[in-house]
Design a protein around this ligand. Structure first.
Ligand SMILES: Cc1cc2nc3c(=O)[nH]c(=O)nc-3n(C[C@H](O)[C@H](O)[C@H](O)COP(=O)(O)OP(=O)(O)OC[C@H]3O[C@@H](n4cnc5c(N)ncnc54)[C@H](O)[C@@H]3O)c2cc1C
Ligand code: FES
Ligand code: FES
Length: 478
């Protein structure tokens, strides 16, 4: 690290620079905002589910330009916003209401009003992206069910969106930068580092073997905010150049571990249909703007949604350590419940997904949860089937989440499928084996029997959707 250890850092909040000294870098932004009197930002759930705490942060979009992005302030530790710009609901209007606030008033989009600041901030961020649609508020919950009026408010802004050339936020985005600087902070007996080079991450990990790595913080934020986990040393990966690249060639795609999922979604749309589908159902937009692919793998949750997709696509992981780098198949990474092959001092650098040469590839992903968006999977599944010209199966991958202690492939059934015809008889033949393939648990979300049924039935659904339809050759785009 080139920057000297400091006992203070700054944050720009609503245009004013705030200097924070000796604060805990793991205090949540929400907690700080409310403690400092900015109580327009509300606390609902404290775990990223309701959106009451939404603020906007200036962050780099997938086009490399600065954007306002909605963000759950209850999940974000203060250290992660060091040197960055935040807009809270107190900052959106000056001498008159912001157009999204006016629309909320005129359409009656607020009843008890508890959710309103969060909705306003999500609409505010979407306003500057000209992306006011249902997706921009999918992470906001209204207990009074004012959704219809809120949708009308968004519609009204779309229909009457003024020319924003003299809008101060629009002008600010044209001149500001979202580049992240290096941070070395020590306060409250805690250390927060934000290096910009992979080599510095590895050196820091040698120095602090028990340090906690943080990327988007959407998983870790729960531990910090909800269970009050005390992290003595945190190393943020958000600014590490080597972890932020996204390469799309004719042979493969390589996604840096710290690339936010929203960038993956926007940049790779149309390349892997199953990845597109899963990202669509992954959390809510304001989680996907922060959550990373490395974090989804690093957390090693048995119900993480991307591992089944990546397993089905034969993804590999690049890992780095101060003693050297290595590449392993993702299928060798998960070792047990929340246990991985990651060695002390090792970091996930990127995920590499090969592109198939097959001209008859079928692939899709499915997520079963209690509600459509912003929910955790009961079972997630991703399938890949390559066929020859006679509809015989050449290659099969059936990968699942939520059915075992780790994300897992049904390897025995994959082998049963090779050489068989892709038809109704084959599906019926393997269904009993699929039902028996795993011994899932019963929990609040679903029973073991239900999960076993889903394992088999989702594969049948895949066949019904793709079996008899004319097969499109997968377009390989660079
Ligand atoms: C409201 C809500 C909804 C959610 N919905 C979903 C969902 O639908 N599907 C789903 O799968 N998940 C969901 N999640 C969980 C979470 O958003 C994802 O797991 C996300 O991808 C985590 O990424 P992150 O960058 O925020 O990880 P972080 O929270 O920063 O880190 C998670 C873990 O990974 C480790 N880590 C991070 N990067 C690396 C790296 N490069 N190398 C080694 N270790 C690393 C960290 O040390 C930590 O242990 C949800 C979370 C919330 C709060
Ligand atoms: S308080 Fe509910 S998402 Fe933050
Ligand atoms: S207006 Fe009451 S929670 Fe939305």
């Amino acid at each position: 690290m080139t920057s000297a250890l400091q006992n203070h850092f700054t944050i720009v909040i609503n245009g004013a620079t705030v200097r924070l000294k000796d604060v805990s870098p793991t205090m949540t932004l929400l907690h700080y905002l409310r403690q400092s009197g900015r109580i327009g930002t509300k606390e609902g759930c404290g775990d990223g589910d309701c959106g009451a705490c939404t603020v906007a942060i200036v962050a780099q979009g997938s086009d490399g330009k600065p954007h306002y992005q909605a963000m759950n302030s209850c999940l974000i530790p203060l250290g992660a916003v060091a040197g960055r710009e935040i807009v809270t609901v107190e900052g959106v209007s000056r001498d008159r209401l912001h157009p999204v606030q006016t629309a909320m008033v005129t359409t009656g989009g607020s009843q008890c009003g508890y959710c309103t600041p969060g909705f306003v901030m999500s609409l505010f961020a979407a306003y500057y992206d000209r992306a006011l649609n249902d997706a921009c508020v999918e992470g906001n919950l209204c207990r009074c069910t004012g959704y219809l009026a809120i949708r009308r408010a968004a519609q009204e802004v779309v229909e009457n969106q003024p020319d924003d050339s003299d809008d101060r936020f629009h002008q600010h985005l044209q001149t500001t930068s979202a580049d992240l600087s290096e941070i070395s902070y020590n306060g409250n007996d805690q250390w927060f580092y934000r290096p910009t080079r992979l080599q510095d991450v590895l050196t820091l990990m040698e120095q602090y073997p028990d340090a906690t790595l943080i990327a988007g913080g959407t998983d870790l934020g729960l531990e910090i905010s909800y269970h009050r986990q005390h992290c003595e040393v945190m190393i943020s990966l958000e600014a590490v150049t080597e972890l932020k690249t996204l390469e799309n060639t004719l042979e493969f795609v390589e996604i840096g571990a710290a690339v936010p999922l929203i960038h993956v979604e926007e940049t790779l749309r149309g390349v892997f249909p199953s990845l597109d589908e899963m990202l669509h159902w992954f959390a809510a937009r304001q989680i996907r703007t922060r959550a990373t692919i490395g974090g989804n793998i690093g957390t090693a949750s048995p119900i993480g949604d991307l591992p089944p997709v990546l397993l089905s696509l034969d993804a590999e992981l690049k890992l780095a350590h101060s003693m050297g780098d290595r590449t392993i198949p993702l299928s060798d990474f998960f070792k047990g419940y929340r246990q991985t092959d990651l060695q002390p001092g090792e970091v996930i650098v990127s995920v590499k997904i090969p592109k198939s040469a097959s001209t008859r590839r079928l692939s899709q992903a499915y997520k079963i949860g209690k509600r459509g968006t912003d929910d955790i999977s009961i079972v997630a599944a991703a399938f890949v089937i390559d066929l020859d010209e006679d509809d015989r199966i050449l290659h099969a991958r059936l990968a699942y989440g939520g059915v075992a202690a780790i994300p897992i492939r049904a390897i025995a059934v994959e082998q049963m499928l090779i050489g068989k015809f892709w038809n109704h008889e084959t599906i019926q033949h393997v269904k009993p084996a699929l039902k028996q393939a795993f011994t899932p648990l019963t929990d609040l979300r679903g029973s073991a029997d239900y999960r076993s049924l889903l394992v088999a039935n989702l594969f049948e659904k895949f066949f019904v959707e793709f079996g008899e339809a004319p097969i499109q050759a997968l377009e390989v785009t660079a």
